[in-house]
Design a binder for this molecule. Sequence first.
Ligand code: DGJ
Length: 736
Amino acid sequence: MFKKPQLFILLIVATCSNYLVQAQQMVTIPIETAKNSLVLQTDKDNRLGIVHFGKKLIKTADNAIIAQEFRYNDSNAGIYNSPYTPSGTWSLVEPAIQITHADGNNSLELKYVSHQTVKIDDNVTQTNILLKDPAYPVEVTLCYKVYAKENVIEQWSLIKHQEKKNILMQKYASANMYFSADNYVLHHYHGGWGEEMKPEETLLTAGIKTLDSKLGTRANLFQPPTFMLSFDRQATEDEGKVMLGTLAWSGNFKIDFEMDSYHNLRVLAGINPHASEYSLAPNQEFKTPSFISTFSENGKGEASRNMHNWARKYRILDGEGSRLTLLNNWEATYFDFDEQKLTGLFKDGKKLGVDLFLLDDGWFANKYPRNGDVAGLGDWQENRKKLPNGIGYLMKEATKAGIKFGIWVEPEMVNPKSELYEQHKDWVIREPERPEHYFRNQLPLDLSNPEVQDFVFGVLDNLFTKNPDLAFIKWDCNAVTYNAHSMYLLKQGLPQTHLYVEYVKGLYKVLERIRAKFPKVPMMLCSGGGGRVDYEALKYFTEFWLSDNTDPLERVFIQWENSYFYPAIAHCNHITDWSKVGLKYRTDVAMMGKMGYDIVVSQLTEKELKFSQKALENYKRINPVIWKGDLYRLQNPWDKPFASLVFSNENQDHAVMFNYLTTNRFDTGYNPTPIKLKGLSPNKKYSVKEINLFPGTTSSLKSDLVYSGDYLMNIGINPELSGRRSSVILELNEVK
Ligand code: DGJ
């Protein structure tokens, strides 16, 4: 992304060790992945600026030659391109950090002091850059962790001071980036319950475009902190410059896209400063959440594969491991079950062929039984009427039936109709002087309070201690945070504006403790659907629930958009009865991730049961490709009424292609032209076989042909989608 190349020879060579630099010397700091680089450089006033972002520059590191690529007058340089823009001095643009000093002064200047790069291993390095205010003892360390092979940069900031009293931080972003391009196209998301991840595409214009959440606990309900930014023109799957970005924070966020008067773009991402002024004590270090990004010159497909590779290897709990298929009782029973019904379902699950039975909401509370969503949350004792013999008995029965057992919890929440609420009103987030306002008849507990953290940890700890064979947890979180007020912070004399931040930190402390004691148990992150997923939470969870919406005609789109950011191994997809679409289509769509069932197995016809059993067998065979392979999106369902995707393994000798008609308009064939595959080896030969055929149907494709990878990628194959063949899965195997 060069505009006006100018060369500078540096007075010192900025290799990677600790520097203390005198004024006037320019320092260049390259942050480099295998393909890309972000280059920072000091100016004559020793302020740090971003001077390059994009394709890796040749010899940036050793020769320290840099290019000035942004559009502005030299007199303005440094005002716009700061990697952490302070407020109250020379910069009048959107700041990354805004503070009030202990003496009431509002100004902040940040000058370069030193930097250090540490090699963590052959692939990962971390560069820390220390900036200080020359007039006040305030410092910011910018941290850039680079995952070279995956082309991912994780960045965060550490803020600290040695003033006599606390400073007040009004804004404390995680990332402050700077780009230069002809145009910027932002792909972002909005939605709500059952309609998560609806994409929006916007050509950014002068001014500020903000993505944010002020919802607290279920922060991503209306939009996630996740976006794609194309440079010059809208990137496609295989072409164009594009950055994928996401904030790893399970709470309020704010991401600003500010186009400056020179048509350069500033992007600021971090915790939402809304109602969150933070009072920082001397020598206390404030660590912002991580902002995670990847850049590609070759379109969204490569960028998303970068993200998947990184997430599986470095972030998602057990990201390169295995997953359990399951039968969940939620849509089959809702709150209406007893021991007999459940033990019957265990047998059904076994008959179906899944690994685990997941008992959902409704198993707990006695004084105010959890027979609906109006009561019981917080009282985590087995309901004696429904489960007189407790969870232990259910676990034994499940083992007898030959199936593992998992359970649902929503430990951060309380119904006012509960014993917990009666005993610990002070643990609840509520305004003591105002009427309570509910979301799904419930309120969040105050996780800034260490006693509440102990309680929430205790819910899980008790379950595991009493039932060591418990094999799975579904962790739900259904309410947003209204009336954000904490009795704990009040009693501690701490500002209420800490609540949103301390809540999330408290949640992470609990999850940290759970993982220290129970490192491996798979846990699903759920938030009344996909209301909460992010890459900090996924350190503790093996998978997440994308949406309560399991209608495959809509789900294809939800999964499609999620697939840019999160690998299939983390997508929990369940086959449910929420749809008029046939069982085959529902099953095929669920297979593109971690498959589960939420149906009444006993109501399946003989053919449906046989189909499902065979589908589970197929899934066991192909899931390594889906969970660990590379994903290539072949046809975007927003552009044409069908979706087509292929997963291919590392050796490119096994691939699975999914094709779905996304409309009911066509009775006969829709797509007359073949679909070109990707991710195969041109020189290899492949057999192509249709799988997951419904009993009694046959494939219209010839199964005895052998194709070259070259043919499949340049001419393609026609899955022959039609109203009668609305979902087609093709399995490709190398023929030797
Ligand atoms: C919301 C979740 O998204 C559902 O799957 C289910 O677990 C219910 N909560 C239970 O209350």
